[in-house]
Write a protein that binds this ligand. Structure first.
Ligand SMILES: [Fe+2]
Length: 130
């Protein structure tokens, strides 16, 4: 079943989407589908921290209001870079910062995140560890 916050990718066209509902608690009346479809094919659910790649360069590290991907800076070149960093606050606020090649693989937020995720164009979705 789909749930809020999931990231799905189309293996045909490369579209990446995020599920906004149903919520991840039982109060939400929406029911999500088992899978999503794009280009006539089932989309691929991006599982966090599931790709065999350098953990040090991908797992987001929270340092006060800053999130760095990862403990060793991730490359930010044209063919391999962090597309976005997402931070969640203690009150449930979710903010994404989109990055481009040439930038630094980090972002600063106006709150201290309780969790963070980052998306590498080659190595997928990564979540901070707590
Ligand atoms: Fe990567």
């Amino acid at each position: 079943m789909t749930y809020k916050g999931q990231i799905w990718k189309c293996n045909v066209c490369g579209n990446i989407i995020e599920v906004l509902s149903p919520r991840d608690d039982s109060s939400e009346p929406h029911e999500g589908a088992d899978a999503l479809v794009c280009c006539g094919q089932p989309m691929n659910l991006m599982e966090e921290n599931s790709v065999d790649a350098s953990v040090e360069k991908h797992v987001p590290v929270i340092d006060d209001k800053k999130v760095k991907v990862g403990s060793v800076p991730h490359p930010m070149d044209d063919k391999h870079y962090i597309e976005w960093i997402e931070a969640t606050s203690a009150t449930g606020e979710i903010v994404k910062v989109f990055l481009s090649p040439g930038m630094v693989s980090e972002a600063e937020f106006n709150f201290k995140p309780t969790s963070a995720r980052g998306y590498c164009n080659l190595h997928g979705l990564w979540k901070s560890k707590f």
